[in-house]
Design a protein around this ligand. Structure first.
Ligand code: N01
Length: 646
């Protein structure tokens, strides 16, 4: 990283950076504790009302801010002019101290450890990369081939690591391009709800995000760029849908069948990484008469760019996809009808569309360590901070609508937001206040939801749908709403993980049958009886309280790479997680889930199966999931060797 520009460039950029973070940069470059002293202690982190982002000023007086910036210009210009080195990246102890100082909060040492790796101050790959590279160098991996199913964020991340290690792999991708969910979803205003400086690979940060919450095109472009940057494009076969995988017990390998252009092909791999995601099979609702509808109809994840001008548009569903697509859809339609079964909680976010300030982009590109500290701060703010509010307090007085005091306080804030947002349509308020605890489902980041419902040309229809007719939607009160275009924002078949692939493991057992409607896996990754099959974003890995799925996936990739290192370097043919280990793990997963907001009996969601068991969500804070997946314990597995299995 070089520091270009003049002192004036620096002065301009520093207007846009977070001042407490700047102090950490100065402390790192100079090694001087003065920057972490009482004089510079920032005000506690607090977001202004209605905002997602806390104020960046640190609460200093204008004089002190100006003093910090001028000293920073002096130090950074010395770095630029070659008169000063950039110092050493912080040790864990110092980093821990820095995080606590810059946030004014207690930061657990485990969180600091996790952030050392997320910032890459510590390279977590050292746990497996040298072992794998040595094994590859000695020819131990010569016949070893890995299949990755899917070239979305999980598949590309895994491919990057396999490439680095020199392990042979192929990616089979059903679409014509990489990006998975960010390729498929193209509805208006489709975007992410976690700031991108956190929602991106730790090993491939992008300092140039244009917004804090990027939209679909920019996200998709990022994954396209990753495919090139990771140099994995030559390994991807597009237009290939995996239909069946069968474990061969004699060869300890997977025989994988896939269709390409209507033709079936079969190949053999030593290990398979399923990177198909949880939300890739659109769920078409089973509503009477749906197929008789004569107008245009499509699912939110299969968006059609048809002209909606002046049309009567119906949207079924009020989850995150509907919330995002509604304002722009309503802008075009003649009248929009929103058919709601259950309301969701929506969080105020007036800075949701905030562009990343030019000075911050400059700092992320050029100021040593700034990008690392920025990522750490984003993770602290948008990660586990809300965790305490999702954990059931058994002593909490009213468990029916909230799980603890902080959770209830959030409920009150959000109810106020509903009332304010609905403006003239206060009669909608009772329909818009959920009867389940906040964080029972992932909080939706507002993009003008209530204001849109309050428009004269938008109607919220909260009576249940009785049937769809050829010309519209009939509700349970007998009313018929004529509709020209029907949009199904009805979510995904999230409980049917790996669907529609057929997966046959040891003894020919079918994974779909083994799981039934209660998919589970050890650390979300392995299932007994299915050796060398690894699930990314598998059962019980989704996050509700806050955070980035890319983070979760990276934790899992780190774990999978350790498994592969163990296999390849020890001439083990396959790993099969022990049944009792998986059972114990999942018992804990379910016990913890029952004590969290999304396990609350009032919550019905895509995370639960018919019996109310939580299938999709992680029961852990981000830090805990990092710890759970951090170190492979070989004794958790049966090690299958050619001829003698233990
Ligand atoms: O799907 P959903 P989604 N009759 O399942 C309703 C991620 N995501 O596509 O709540 C009537 O949440 C259903 O009603 P109910 C994110 O993880 C992220 O919106 O079950 N209604 C619900 O309202 C999210 O959680 C981002 O009572 C029916 C809606 O359809 C996940 O994707 C953006 C029905 C489905 O909501 C899924 O979100 C978008 C029926 N028969 C998505 N069947 C960001 O990062 C279903 N519904 C911002």
């Amino acid at each position: 990283m070089t520091l270009p520009g003049t002192n004036e460039t620096l002065r301009e950029a520093l207007q846009d950076v977070n001042t407490p973070n700047l102090l950490l940069v100065l402390a790192t470059i100079t090694g001087d504790d003065i920057w972490l002293s009482e004089r510079y202690a920032p005000a506690p982190i607090e977001a202004p009302e209605g905002s997602l982002f806390p104020d960046d000023s640190g609460g200093y007086s204008p004089e002190l801010t100006s003093d910090i910036r001028e000293q920073a210009i002096s130090i950074l210009s010395e770095v630029r002019d070659g008169q000063r080195s950039v110092g050493q990246a912080p040790s864990l102890t110092r980093f821990h101290q820095m995080l606590a100082f810059s946030t004014g909060e207690d930061v657990e040492i485990g969180t600091a450890e996790m952030l050392m790796e997320e910032t890459r101050f510590k390279n977590r790959d050292s746990q497996w990369l040298p072992t794998l590279q040595a094994a590859v160098g000695q020819g131990q991996a010569a016949d070893f081939r890995v299949l990755i199913v899917g070239a979305g964020m999980s598949g590309l991340g895994t491919a990057a690591k396999l490439k680095e290690a020199g392990i042979a792999f192929t990616i089979l991708e059903k679409n014509d391009a990489v990006g998975g969910t960010w390729y498929e979803n193209r509805y208006p205003d489709c975007g992410v709800d976690t700031p991108n400086h956190f929602y991106s690979y730790s090993f491939h940060r992008n300092p140039n995000w244009s917004g804090y919450f990027s939209k679909r095109d920019e996200l998709h472009a990022y994954f396209e760029e990753c495919a090139d940057e990771f140099n994995v494009r030559e390994h991807i076969q597009f237009g290939c849908s995996v239909t069946r995988m069968v474990y061969d017990e004699d060869l300890n390998s997977w025989s994988v069948s896939y269709s390409r252009g209507g033709e079936q092909q079969t190949e053999t791999f030593n290990a398979v990484v399923s990177a198909v995601g949880q939300l890739n099979q659109p769920s078409i609702p089973n509503i009477e008469g749906l197929s008789s509808f004569q107008g245009a109809m499509w699912h939110s994840a299969r968006w059609r760019d048809e002209d909606l001008t002046g049309k009567r548009v119906g949207v079924i569903g009020t989850g995150c996809s509907c919330v995002q697509l509604l304002p722009k859809t309503a802008d075009r339609a003649g009248h929009t009808f929103v058919f709601q079964r259950t309301p969701h909680w929506v969080a105020p976010a007036r800075d949701y569309y905030k562009p990343v300030e030019p000075g911050l982009i400059w700092a992320l590109n050029h100021i040593p360590y700034y990008a690392e500290f920025h990522r750490a701060r984003m993770i602290l703010i948008f990660g586990d901070r809300s965790w305490p509010a999702v954990v059931v307090d058994p002593a909490w007085k009213d468990q029916s609508v909230s799980v603890n005091e902080a959770n209830h306080a959030m409920r009150e804030v959000l109810i106020d937001f509903v009332k304010t947002g609905l403006g003239p349509k206060q009669d909608y308020v009772p329909h818009c206040v959920p009867d389940f605890p906040v964080w029972g489902k992932r909080l939706i980041v507002d993009n003008g939801w209530y204001e849109t419902l309050a428009r004269a040309d938008v109607s919220l229809v909260a009576d249940g749908i009785a049937r769809i007719t050829e010309t519209g939607v009939e509700t349970s009160n007998g009313e018929h709403h004529p509709i020209d275009v029907l949009i199904l924002a009805t979510g995904f078949k999230s409980n049917e993980l790996l669907s529609p692939m057929q997966v046959l493991g040891l003894g020919g057992q079918d994974l779909t049958g083994v799981w039934g409607d209660a998919a589970n896996a050890y650390k979300g990754t392995n299932m007994p009886g299915f050796p060398n099959l690894f699930f990314l974003y598998g059962p019980n890995t989704n996050i509700v309280h806050g955070g980035s799925i890319i983070y979760q996936i990276e934790c899992q990739i780190h774990y999978v790479m350790q498994c592969l290192a163990l296999l390849v370097s020890n001439d083990i043919k396959a790993l099969d997680v022990r049944e009792e280990i998986n059972d114990q793990y999942n018992k804990e997963v379910q016990a913890i889930s029952g004590q969290l907001a999304w396990g609350h009996p009032s919550v019905e969601s895509w995370y639960k199966n018919q019996s109310g068991q939580v299938i999709n969500n992680s029961p852990f804070s981000l830090q805990k999931f990092w710890a759970v997946t951090h170190d492979l314990e070989p004794s958790d597995y049966r090690l299958l060797r050619a001829g003698s299995n233990s």
